[in-house]
Structures are given as C-alpha cells and as structure tokens.
Design a protein around this ligand. Structure first.
Ligand SMILES: *Cc1c(COP(=O)(O)O)cnc(C)c1O
Length: 370
C-alpha cells in the first residue's frame, strides 16, 4: 500500500532544480555562497516585494538572527504566539531571553490582538514580538503592526508556513520589521533544509549576513570582534530553492484545491469545521486543518487514516503547555488549548491525486456516519 504523506517534498516535473544544481557542479560552486544564493535571495525579493533578504541554513536560524538583529539579549522579554511549532520559540532561549506566550483567537487561529495588547501593557519593555501565520492562514497583521508601533517594539513575522499567502494583496513576511521563511522538507516549497530573513532594513540584513558567516572582520587574518554563527545557505541548496520558486504558484493552487476538496467532501457533517479563511487573505493552504466536535475524536481520525498508511497529525501543541516552556508567563483564555484539543491536519501533499483525496475523505466520512 503506497504511503500518503501529510506534506512531502515535490520537485518540479520540468527538472528546474536539477539544472541549477548541475550548473553549480559544472562551475564548481559547491561551497556556501555563490551565484545561486545571491539569485535565490533576489528572486524571493522580486516575488514578495521584500527589499532585502539573506538566505540561511534553516528557518530556525533565521528567527535566531532576526532576534539578534532586534537587539534581543540576556533577560530581555520577547512576546511570542503560543500556538506554533517549537522552532518559533526556541531561538528566544538561544539568546538567553525570556518568552511570554500569548493566546490565539478563533478568527485567525493566530495571535489574538487583544491578548497581545494585554501582554504589551504588562511588559512595556518587551524587545520584540514574534507572530506566526499558522498553516498559511494570515494573522490579523495590520492590527498587530499598529500595536507594535503603539508600544514601540519590533515585530518578527514567522512566515515559515505561509510563503505565498497574501494579506490584502501583499505577501506575509513583508509586514513586520523582519519576516522569516523556511524551506524545510515539509514546507510548501523546499530546498531540503533552509531559511531566509527578509527586511526593509538593509543595514540589519547586512549584519545578519555577517553573523551568519562567522562574524569575520574585514582583515586578511582571521579576526573576530563579535560572536559568529555558521548559518549560511549553500550554493547547492539555493539551486533547489530557485527551481522550487518557479513552481510555487502551482503548489499554492494545488494546496487550495485540496482544501476545497475536503470542504466539499465534509459539507454535510456538522461535527467538522474548517480552519478560517478571512476576506482579507488568499491563503497558501499549506495544510488543510479541521476541528472536530462530538463523539468522534481527533485521534480516531488520525488512527483510522494511519491504518491505511495515510499520515495526518494533531494541531501544534501550544508552547505554554510544553514541559520545557511551562514556567514562562502566558496571557490568554484557553483558545489555543481548545484548538489543540479538536484539530486534525489532513494530508495536504501536492502530489495527492483525486483518487487519494476520495479515499481519504471516505475514511473520515465513514467514522462520522457510523
Ligand atoms: C518549520 C517552521 C519553522 C522552522 O523552520 P526550519 O527551517 O525547520 O528550521 C519555524 N516556525 C514554524 C511555524 C515552522 O512551521
């Protein structure tokens, strides 16, 4: 029985990625840096309208160096969306700073602007705010930008899952002081592993580039006045990224098709509802996520699919519920807990056929009709 994945790498049928890699081999640009890296950065800027970009080896490194660029250091407060993957929050600890977690709202599943304002009032000294566009759904970004201005703090948009999502026609990642993307294997496009920071602040992007290549001072001998990191993307990996960018639109269209398919398939089932799609957005629908009420439990769905070799997952477990982060402050009213309890991420692989989709929806429907 062939395995159906949640979201797996999908290289272009045209073989664009291989061409860029072959070119890197032919010209011996195997080392980190090189023309693919420069062009990948340029092409992401052209696509999203970002002013400056620096390609790194992961989305996690991108968040880490964006925090450093915000000046976040020991004992600084960083306000962070609780409902997310741990990679959003871990870099706060790398910088020896202190996270304060904030709840989501039902309207966007992302950070609740009212709870965010409470956090900003409680912690006026907060150095930075990290928000997420979970599963490709837009956070209420205009309100968030205004709040960060009002309380004079820096905003990092974790757009790891939302490359290509539009808010009122503009790309997520471009609203904050910094935006980050991930090109990990399960993301909408992948380089096998990689990330990027974008910002309109050119000097800060140059600083990040400097830190990510071991913070070497301008000197013939090896001299370092600051702590460095080895976080840069390699020229091979960037070649995959350039090829993948060419098919991003196709991937988004397919992800949206999958979402629509499930939507229609489960139309009559009152215990199933879908992740939000607000008027202001065009989501990349990275994963199709449903909420389940009533006697069928999310785990029943996950196990029924697993029996047929089909991968699905619960929603991210909120950071304030994680043993590692449980000692930090949390501001909210139980919405992210509730989403975690009821949510299932359905298979959203762009290689799914209509037959696969029919099979998956029939397995789910059967549970609700029993
Ligand atoms: C994947 C992901 C990251 C981290 O990206 P990596 O490239 O895997 O380091 C960060 N935040 C969110 C929300 C993610 O889904």
């Amino acid at each position: 029985m062939k395995k159906i994945y949640l979201s797996s790498p999908h290289m272009s049928e045209e073989g664009y990625e291989k061409e860029y890699i072959k070119n890197a081999f032919d010209t011996n640009w195997i080392a980190p840096l090189g023309p693919n890296v420069d062009n990948f950065e340029k092409e992401v800027c052209e696509l999203t309208g970002a002013k400056n970009a620096v390609a790194l080896n992961s989305g996690t490194s991108a968040i880490h160096l964006a925090l450093k660029a915000c000046g976040v250091g020991k004992d600084d407060i960083v306000i962070c969306q609780s409902l997310t993957f741990s990679a959003t929050a871990n870099p706060i600890i790398y910088q020896n700073a202190i996270p304060v977690f904030v709840d989501s709202d039902y309207k966007t599943w992302n950070i609740d602007p009212n709870s965010l304002e409470k956090a900003l009032i409680k912690y006026p000294e907060a150095k930075a705010v990290i928000i997420v566009h979970l599963y490709g759904i837009c956070a209420e970004i205009e309100k968030i930008v205004d709040l960060c201005k009002k309380y004079n703090t820096t905003l990092i948009e974790d757009a790891a899952e939302s490359l290509g999502t539009l808010y009122k026609g503009n790309y997520t990642g471009t609203f904050g002081d910094y935006g980050i993307y991930s090109f990990n294997g399960n993301k909408i496009i992948t380089t096998s592993g990689g990330g990027m920071v974008i910002s309109s602040n050119k000097e800060k992007i140059q600083r990040i580039r400097f830190w990510s290549t071991q913070a070497r001072d301008k000197a013939r001998h090896y001299q370092h006045s600051e702590l460095g990191f080895n976080y840069r993307m390699s020229n091979i990996v960037a070649g995959i990224g350039r090829g993948q960018l060419k098919v991003l639109k196709d991937r988004i269209n397919k992800k949206r098709y999958i979402f629509e398919y499930y939507h229609k398939a489960f139309e009559g089932i009152k215990d199933i509802s879908f992740m939000p799609q607000n008027d202001w957005e065009r989501s990349n629908c990275w994963l199709s996520v449903i909420l389940i009420e009533g006697k069928v439990k999310p785990l029943d769905v996950i196990l029924a699919l697993e029996k047929e070799n089909i991968e699905s997952r619960p929603i991210w477990k909120p950071m304030h519920m994680q043993p590692f982060f449980s000692s930090y402050d949390y501001i909210g009213s139980g919405i992210s807990e509730n989403l975690f309890k009821k949510g299932v991420c359905l298979p959203s692989d762009t290689k799914l056929t209509d037959r696969d989709l029919l099979k998956i929806s029939n397995i789910v429907k059967r549970l609700f009709n029993e």
